[in-house]
Design a protein around this ligand. Structure first.
Ligand SMILES: Cc1cc2nc3c(=O)[nH]c(=O)nc-3n(C[C@H](O)[C@H](O)[C@H](O)COP(=O)(O)OP(=O)(O)OC[C@H]3O[C@@H](n4cnc5c(N)ncnc54)[C@H](O)[C@@H]3O)c2cc1C
Length: 439
């Protein structure tokens, strides 16, 4: 038994950011990780001379988002980010930049003109009603779509829902798209959104971390104050010792006393770790729906993707997002070769080998020449978000019914997505711990 200030369960980005913030605020922290590696689904590793990430990644909101806030405050070494470039849309073999502004939308030839006009009308109507206070949290995008839009347009919107919200157009609430509270002119949200629609050319504060995702993890590890953190891998937490408050944790290897626990695994797994949680709490956790993805990494003997930026494949089945990471950092592949991540969304139920074959086939169908240039192929089945934003789907919370037990991760806050959602959860954690008088 050892007395520690805080035990952090899990060494993904949310666990690591929590541990960094807490140690830099003077706490002694032990991180317990069940796997043999650190970083969860935010790391890189080597496959036959290529450095692959855990899925294709764009790190967003680098100018004023929550990750930036944590980096400014707690990182001693910050990763270098390379501008992410444009998002391109591929439909019917044609590739065009994503239409961020109204001007670009009006000339975006991959979608029929009548659909573009009908959608603009629906969008302005939704923005106007949202500004007037209409609650869009239980209305799906498909419910407000004009009846007559083409299948191509519907698939385009469905693609956006899967990659932004983690679920289909039939499940995605409109509030996710019209109610984001991130614009700088918060006092005039409607005018701010209209300004964005007419004037902006897309987000410019997105980047790819030089050296791969691992460089974010490495920066965190290098920023820990000496002697304040201990990281133990291959140590799964099996039970938490709780009465009204958390007293410690029991792992596959040992047991630990502590003043507080920060848990960054799946919130929906908490009932397996703690006995006697309130029924209403566990019932909500049971409604959380995880997002699932497949990534196919291809090492290519030739540079096939020459556009600077990524591609959204709307015709692909399953839907795909393509990021040629060596266009940002050529050192990720053997000299002269290209490394490309093809991220696919996955339905709830699927057979792994069938979906892999189908996904690979959609790559070949879109780029017939590609097969003869493949030097390396690597598959990953991962969970990008621990909670999707679908109607009737639950979310966890940083606070729990147990005193001094807190949760972080992408199923504990609804704001933003991916790494920035994880970072928001850590900012929430710090607020909550502070308000409990524990910091
Ligand atoms: C294919 C893919 C593409 C993505 N694209 C983007 C993108 O473009 N932009 C973006 O911002 N984000 C993206 N993401 C999302 C982002 O990577 C994740 O949301 C984020 O890394 C999740 O971090 P986390 O710490 O919350 O969870 P995780 O990384 O899942 O970490 C949880 C950790 O807890 C450990 N753990 C769980 N239970 C226990 C236990 N009982 N005992 C000990 N350890 C335990 C796990 O082993 C794991 O290491 C993507 C993710 C994927 C997979």
């Amino acid at each position: 038994m050892k007395q520690n200030d805080v035990i952090v369960i899990g060494s993904g980005i949310s666990g690591l950011l929590s541990a960094l913030a807490l140690t830099r605020e003077g706490k002694k922290v032990v991180i317990l990780e069940k796997d043999s590696h650190i970083g969860g689904v935010c790391r890189s590793y080597d496959v036959n001379g290529y450095r692959v990430d855990t899925g294709p990644h764009a790190i967003t909101r680098l100018e004023n988002g929550p990750l930036k806030e944590l980096m400014d405050k707690y990182f001693k070494i910050t990763p270098q980010f390379i501008p992410f470039g444009k998002y391109h849309v591929r439909i019917g073999g044609e590739v065009k930049p994503f239409p961020w502004s109204i001007n670009a939308w009006l000339t975006f030839g991959l979608i029929p003109m009548t659909d573009r006009l009908l959608l603009m009308r629906a969008l302005f109507n939704a923005l106007y009603l949202a500004n007037a206070g209409k609650d869009y949290s239980n209305i799906t995008l498909s419910e407000v779509l004009p009846d007559k839009i083409s299948m191509t347009t519907r698939r385009f919107l469905d693609w956006l829902c899967y990659f932004m919200v983690g679920t289909s157009i039939e499940q995605a609430p409109i509030s996710r798209f019209v109610d984001n509270k991130t614009h700088h002119s918060r006092s005039i949200p409607y005018v701010g959104k209209i300004y964005d629609l007419f004037m902006k050319e897309g987000a410019t504060d997105q980047g790819y971390p030089k050296g791969g995702l691992q460089s974010i993890v490495n920066s965190i590890l290098a920023s820990f104050p000496k002697d304040h953190v201990e990281i133990k891998t291959n140590e799964r937490v099996l039970k938490m010792d709780c009465s009204e408050r958390v007293e410690g944790v029991i792992t596959s290897e040992d047991s630990y006393d502590c003043d507080a626990v920060v848990y960054s695994g799946f919130s929906s797994n908490l009932p397996d770790l703690i006995e006697g949680l309130p029924a209403a709490y566990t019932q909500n956790l049971a409604t959380i729906r995880r997002v699932r993805s497949l990534t196919i990494w291809l090492g290519l003997t030739k540079k096939i993707f020459t556009n600077y930026g990524s591609e959204m494949w709307v015709d692909a089945d399953p839907y795909a997002w393509i990021v040629p990471t060596t266009n940002y950092d050529p050192t990720l592949a053997p000299r002269g070769n290209q490394l490309v991540g093809f991220g696919f969304t996955l339905p709830g139920e699927y057979d792994s080998s069938t979906i892999k074959k189908k996904a690979f086939q959609t790559i070949v169908d879109n780029i017939p020449d590609i097969e003869k240039h493949i030097d390396m192929i690597h598959y990953q089945e991962l969970i990008p978000e621990k909670a999707s934003w679908g109607i009737n789907c639950g979310f966890g919370d940083v606070r729990t019914p147990i005193k001094n037990l807190y949760c972080v991760g992408t199923d504990t806050t609804k704001r933003s997505a991916g790494v920035n959602r994880a970072a928001y959860s850590v900012l929430n954690l710090l607020d909550v711990i502070r308000s409990d008088g524990n910091l």
